[in-house]
Design a protein. Structure first.
Length: 208
């Protein structure tokens, strides 16, 4: 079935770029359940998760390293790490996104009772890709900051060992710390220490 046939009645399509008519959350969920690839909902529009390209081997390896490193350290703790299969609700844009890694502490808060969308992440981690980097850095980060529970937002380079860690202080101010090879990153809300070298282990060997 084509993309056009899966859209709500009357929606317009610009090929794989964006759906230009405002779409409700229920319409998006119906569309997404039938789609063969992931899409995000952002300000009433549906976008392919990867833009015009798929994820690189480096992107995939870094995301895998992150979920393994974080998940292993959270065993026996009240926080859990989730892969990019988990959807997260973004209040400012009435949006739904698939972060590369999501950390939730305590029970999942489901948006409107929907089991596939959560609204209480403590940390979101995005591995940057050329096709989505500008969105992740600007509009998406601005939207994600409106998630009340969010304390950490990490942007990981997919071309070198480099992590930008934004942390929200109690007064709501976001501070930036940058980490490179040999450094250790700390997520205070989840009591985690993550060596950068472990997050990037063999990442740049992935493509041969």
């Amino acid at each position: 079935m084509s993309l056009e046939k899966r859209l709500p009645s009357g929606a317009m399509v610009m090929h794989a770029t964006a759906v230009k008519q405002r779409v409700t959350l229920d319409q998006y969920r119906e569309f997404e359940s039938a789609a063969q690839e992931k899409h995000i909902l952002w300000d009433g529009e549906i976008f392919p998760m990867w833009g015009m390209e798929g994820g690189s081997p480096e992107h995939a390896m870094i995301a895998a390293n992150a979920i393994i490193a974080i998940g292993s350290r959270l065993r026996g703790k009240p926080c859990s790490a989730f892969t990019s299969d988990l959807k997260v609700w973004v209040p400012l844009k009435a949006g739904v996104v698939y972060p590369d890694v999501t950390i939730v502490c305590g029970a999942l808060a489901l948006h409107e009772g929907k089991r596939d969308i959560v609204e209480n992440p403590v940390a979101l981690i995005e591995v940057l890709s050329p096709g989505t980097e500008s969105f992740d850095r600007a509009e998406k980060f601005a939207g994600d900051r409106t998630i009340a529970s969010l304390r950490h937002y990490l942007m990981m380079s997919s071309v070198e060992p480099h992590v930008e860690h934004y942390e929200r202080a109690a007064e709501g101010v976001w501070t930036l710390r940058e980490f490179r090879a040999g450094d250790t990153l700390r997520l205070t809300s989840a009591t985690l220490e993550l060596p950068i070298d472990e997050l990037y282990d063999r990442a740049f060997e992935a493509a041969g």
